[in-house]
Design a protein around this ligand. Sequence first.
Ligand SMILES: Nc1nc2c(ncn2[C@@H]2O[C@H](COP(=O)(O)OP(=O)(O)O)[C@@H](O)[C@H]2O)c(=O)[nH]1
Ligand SMILES: [Mg+2]
Length: 240
Amino acid sequence: MSDVLVIVPTFNERESLASVLTAICQVQPRVDVLVVDDNSPDGTGQLADEFARANPTVHVIHREAKHGLGPAYIAGFYWAVDRDYDWVVQIDADGSHDPRVIPTLLAVARGIKADLVLGSRWVTDGRVDGWSVARQVVSRTGNGFARFALRSRVRDLTAGFRVLRVEALRQLHLETIASSGYCFQIEIADRVEQSGGMIIEHPITFIERVAGKSKMHFGIVVEALTRISAWGIKRWFLRR
Ligand SMILES: Nc1nc2c(ncn2[C@@H]2O[C@H](COP(=O)(O)OP(=O)(O)O)[C@@H](O)[C@H]2O)c(=O)[nH]1
Ligand SMILES: [Mg+2]
């Protein structure tokens, strides 16, 4: 058993999952993998099961229905906490995050004993391949707003490619996290930052997915704006 668990949340990622899992299984030194599938109608869960049968380091959680990225990751986090892993890696299943970068992010985390290492698009040398200017503006504006409202120092709060120290996860009161969409990534980073944890942003190149569809929708943006505004207002009053 490795001390690293790579968590891959999936919903309808049949076309890209195999290549992502293959690349994660080639990471050296070896890491364990947990796919968290929300009963994808396209059979992604069954594909993950086939992979798990052929690779003892790959595991699968099947959830009954699509409940969003947040609850899927929380299920994965508990799985890691229960099994005493030291590090959790979060990575998308759509090919946007290059699994070959995992050892680099882990080395950064281990080297400086960080609680959270973000694969960041919006720091020097960070890049996005294949995004329209409009999508870049949306991501940057959203991040800018969250950064301002939460008084955060983090540039890419929504980064989905990250390493978390499990010991830090244990302190985050996961049972009180309610965010479902992208807001979940912001909430985790914010909790680490607020608790005084060490956060490092390491530049990555994010590659737009070539297969399947993004699960981003209007409701996810509304959720993020609502929750961040509420947290920001509360914080503003508390600090006065
Ligand atoms: N289990 C699960 N995974 C999800 C859900 N929503 C998104 N994902 C996965 O989370 C990752 C990021 O989602 P994606 O749609 O690519 O977001 P985008 O890159 O911001 O457009 C992908 O691996 C998705 O399959 C969900 O509700 N449940
Ligand atoms: Mg994606």
